[in-house]
Ligand binder design. Structure first.
Ligand code: NAD
Length: 251
């Protein structure tokens, strides 16, 4: 079965960089019109998607702010008239600190973007996707949504929260035509990982050491899984927690 998203509309949050960027391009390659959503200005993605023969809009939005998210979904409906797929991927790593040293500001910001942001997006996406009678949502957690990671308490809590939220929303939507799944990337070569490794030899080797497969994943390897989970090839897959992690959580 060849996946095609012709005449469908996909939304990707955090679409200006890394995993979101690769997924926005992957949706476009399959024919979807794409709304690239980010709080960071971006004038490159719309042109790249047009070069792939599809349509795109960029929407500036902070996913942790309810008014931004409401307006963002409304803007997509105004531009394209429908919404079929969403990849709720925007996220931040927050500052590294042990649980007792984590500041309230770091906690609130990390939970606000990563967990509240995914909830807010689904809150406004679901009514629009329901109008189509069929669609799919993929949320982006992390291996840190499946196991602990010392020094990142707010990040780990936010990602475990996304996993529980995804399972709950999947149950709520199961008979309504919307499948809801969560992808848990391992260590993926993106600007976020550059920040965590500090791009030092030691930092890179430390993170490579988490990966039985012996290398970092590529953003496109997460994009492939997301596009598959949205496609009809995954028509019986909902509430699923998919590790795409080079074996990280198999250890
Ligand atoms: P990245 O920093 O390259 O991209 C994240 C994007 O999200 C950026 O464009 C940023 O501007 C945007 N963003 C951040 N906060 C936002 C907000 N409040 N509103 C709108 N946009 C916002 O990082 P990435 O590695 O591509 O991360 C994407 C997702 O993948 C994140 O949720 C991250 O936690 C998750 N993840 C990444 C890895 C990895 O190894 N890179 C591993 C596991 C999970």
């Amino acid at each position: 079965m060849e996946t095609t998203f012709k005449n469908k509309v996909a939304l990707v949050t955090g679409g200006a960089s890394g995993i979101g960027r690769a997924t926005a391009l992957a949706f476009a390659k399959k024919g979807a019109k794409v709304a690239v959503v980010d709080w960071m200005e971006n004038d490159e993605m719309v042109n790249l998607i047009k070069e792939l023969g599809s349509e795109a809009i960029f929407i500036k939005c902070d996913v942790s702010k309810i008014d931004d998210v409401k307006a963002m979904v409304a803007q997509i409906i105004a531009a394209f008239g429908r919404l079929d797929y969403a990849f709720n991927n925007a996220g931040i790593e927050g500052a590294s600190a042990a649980t007792q040293d984590c500041s309230e500001e770091n906690w609130d910001k990390t939970i606000g973007v990563n967990l509240k942001g995914v909830w807010l997006c689904m809150k406004y996406e679901i009514p629009e996707i329901l109008k189509q009678g069929k669609g799919a949502i993929v949320n982006c957690a992390s291996v840190a949504g499946m196991i602990g990671f010392a020094g990142l308490p707010a990040y780990v809590a936010s990602k475990h929260g996304i996993v529980g939220l995804t399972k709950t929303t999947a149950l709520e939507c199961a008979t309504q035509g919307i499948r809801v799944n969560v992808v848990c990337p391992g260590v993926i070569q993106t600007p976020m990982i550059d920040r965590l490794t500090g791009k030092t030899k030691e930092g890179i080797e430390r993170f490579k050491g988490f990966e039985p497969i012996g290398r970092f994943g590529l953003p496109e390897e997460i994009a492939n899984a997301v596009v598959w989970m949205c496609s009809d090839e995954a028509s019986f897959v909902t509430g699923h927690v998919m590790a795409v992690d080079g074996g990280f959580t198999a250890q």
